[in-house]
Ligand binder design. Structure first.
Ligand SMILES: [Zn+2]
Length: 186
């Protein structure tokens, strides 16, 4: 994303989660930060009110498929159907492939309808091998204005995510950077 606007683009994958996502939203509010939540369709089916909460709090949502499918291991026709099924609930032109795994033909097809959003920095909040302090350190070192960073509003990542997210928001707020949601041009 453009680097001259002094903004960082926070993204959260794999939710919505009934407890974790509302806590993320409260934390973001304290810093006047906006973010984009790439939702798994099946989680939206289970927790539709949380999707509404995300939208009503001024954040954006994106499609992360219905069952968190790996594009490399999924037949195209099934992959597209799964994404379409998710979009009936999510209704967004932003798509992020689970695991970042998507084939060139899938990109060509999905680009007609979606803006495909990858990332420039990972927080590694999902990684069992690193500590929460390292997670914050990675996040800070790999971001600059225009970066898109990935966190996870999931059970597995929550402890590291909350620690790193708060430190991240503190650090870049002090540097006078803002936190913005992604907007689709489609
Ligand atoms: Zn994911």
């Amino acid at each position: 994303m453009p680097s001259n606007e002094n903004k960082i683009y926070l993204t959260f994958d794999d939710g919505p989660h009934p407890v974790i996502t509302p806590k993320v939203i409260s934390l973001l509010e304290r810093y006047n930060a906006k973010a984009t939540f790439f939702c798994v369709g099946d989680n939206v089916r289970k927790f539709p009110d949380i999707l509404k909460l995300i939208k009503n709090s001024g954040h954006n949502v994106g499609n992360h498929s219905y069952n968190h499918l790996n594009g490399w291991k999924t037949e195209n026709r099934i992959y597209y159907k799964n994404i379409e099924k998710a979009n009936k609930l999510i209704n967004s032109n932003l798509f992020r492939p689970p695991y970042g795994r998507i084939s060139p033909s899938q990109i060509r097809h999905l680009k007609k309808q979606y803006e495909i959003i990858m990332w420039s920095a990972l927080s590694y909040d999902f990684d069992d091998r690193i500590s929460k302090e390292e997670c914050l350190d990675f996040s800070l070192r790999n971001c600059r204005p225009g970066s898109i960073i990935v966190f996870h509003d999931s059970e597995k990542a929550k402890e590291k995510m909350f620690y790193a997210l708060e430190g991240f928001l503190d650090y870049f707020s002090q540097k006078r950077l803002g936190f913005a949601k992604l907007i689709s041009n489609k």
